[in-house]
Ligand binder design. Sequence first.
Ligand SMILES: [Fe+2]
Length: 359
Amino acid sequence: MENHQAGMSTLVKGLHHVTLCPGAAQEDIDFFTGVMGQRLVKQTVLMDGSIPVYHFYYGNAAAEVGSIATTFPYSRRRGRVGSGQVSAISYAVPIGTLRFWSGHFDRAGVDHSGILERFGGRYIRVRHPAGLLLEVVEDAGDTRHPWTTGAISADVATRGFFAAVLSVRDVCEQETFLTEALGFRKIGVDGPYHRLEIPGSGRARVIDLLHEPDRAGGSWGFGAGTVHHLALNVETDEALLRQKAIYEELGFTDASELKDRYYFHSLYVRSPGGVLIECTSNVPGGFYQDESFEELGTKLHLPPWYEDQREAIVAMLEPVVVPDAGRPSGGATRIVRPPDPPALSPVVFSRTKPRFTGR
Ligand SMILES: [Fe+2]
C-alpha cells in the first residue's frame, strides 16, 4: 500500500526554496546580500514566459537546499498582497542574536517589527523595499553554514530557513492538504498561528498557517511585492513522480507536468488555501553545473537551451552590480559541495523555449 493511502506521505523532507517577486533588481540584490547577509548563489532568468526577467538565487555559504530564496525582480507590475499567499519567510539565527539584528536593521534603515514571539520563539519581522516580509527567528543548535559579510559575522548570521508563513482565510482545508498530500503534522496553535512540520530532525521543516479570515485574497500571478510560491524538497525524480500520483489520487488533477528547471526538477500544484506549492528533486551537479563554488552568483548564466538567444535576453535586462560581499572568503571555501543525487530516472521533463522579442 502506498503511504498516501494512509494519509502519511513521507516524500517531503522540508523546504527547498521560496520564490518572491521584488521590484527593481539592484535594490533586491542590495537587500538580500547587504541587509539579510545572504550569498548571491546564482544569476539566471525566469524560465516561463517570453519576456526576460532575472532569476536570482540567494542562500547560505554552501547554497544548501532549505536556505534558498529566489527572486523574480518584476518591476513591470505590482502584485496585490493578501491571503492565499506566503506572507513571510523565516530565517533561523542563533539564540541571543536578536539585539544584533534589531540594531543591524536600524543601521540599514529598513522597517522592522522589533522583537516578537510565537510558539515560544523570538523573532523580528523585517520589510524588503518591495514590501515583502522576512523574519529572523532564534533557533538553537542550527549548524548549517552561515554566509558572512563585513557587517554580519558567523556568530549571528542566518543559517538557512526556519519556516514559511502562509496567510489563509480558512485553516482546515490547507491543513488537510499539508498533512494528507505532503506529510506534515500539526504540532500546535498560538493565537492566529497554526504550526505544522515535517517529521524528522533536519532543518527548514516548519510551515506556520496564519489564520486571517477577513483578509482579501492576494494576487496569484507575478507581481512586485508578493511571494509567488514555496518549494518543498522531495530529493529524487522517483519521489517527484510519486508525489504527482499522490496529488492525483487525492483529486488534485491540476498538478502540473514535471518541469526541467535546469538546477532541479519541479512539479507545481495550487493548494486549497491559494498558495502555489512546488515540489523539487535535485539533479546531479545542482548549482555547480555551470560555475564553481567560488564563482557562484558572479555572472549571468542561462539554461543551455536559451544560449542562442543570449544577446536578445541580456539587452532586455537591467544591468546589475554584484557586491564584493558575494565572493567567498575565509572559512566559506572549506565547505564541501553537497553530494550528487542518484542518476536520472527515465522521466520526460518539459522545457520552455520561448522567443524573446521585447517588452
Ligand atoms: Fe520554484
